[in-house]
Design a protein around this ligand. Sequence first.
Ligand code: GLN
Length: 238
Amino acid sequence: MSSDRIKIVWIYPDLLSTYGDQGNTIVLERRSALRGIPTETLHLRSDEPVPTDGDIYLLGGGEDRPQILAAQRLRGDGGLQRAAQRGAVIFAVCAGFQIIGHEFGGEEGQLLPGLGILDIRSGRGQQRAVGEVVGDVSAELNIPRITGFENHMGATSIGPGAKPLAKVVAGTGNGDGNGFEGAYSGRVVGTYMHGPALVRNPALADLLLTWAVGAQLQPIDDSWAGRLREERLNAVLA
Ligand code: GLN
């Protein structure tokens, strides 16, 4: 954390904000406030420069064309790559996940360059993956199974520089035939889970906050989030 507050940068809400992914910013703000840690959130439009002093950068999902435009603008800007090199926390969902990789498939399947922050490659899959996803998270991250909603054509494979975020229990996830959902490396995490992901997975939200703060967080009452998780998990796994 660079100052007395966590600086959250919500990347391009004008292009990347489907399925309520903005809820991820609200969850981080709220869970941080409950611990007495102030936050400052910048809703960064795509015609503005990306600040490099953020603590947590959030990218959401998007339709194919806004996704292509967002990738072009982020590549031209270069600020997000510089923030990643500095060790900033990045949490990217669906289109955002694809954009932070080396390449992704455009609306006609053409391969387009991403930011190369995470060692993943995406292309167009055979069919659209739509529905609930559940995954058992990599033991190293020590958080409970994650739950979310996916809607993507893209299929993503993970290179040697990144690890799978989770093993798929239900749904499609990355869709490259290896049974994984999402990917991570250091403090950069990508997932196909909307929901918004951090509403359904408070332990994942706390993991990002812990990385940003550099210290363990006090426990808080998670009974509401727990009920939502239970309802969704029961609906999918019953
Ligand atoms: N356009 C991308 C795809 O279909 C991402 C979709 C999304 O963000 N929900 O794969």
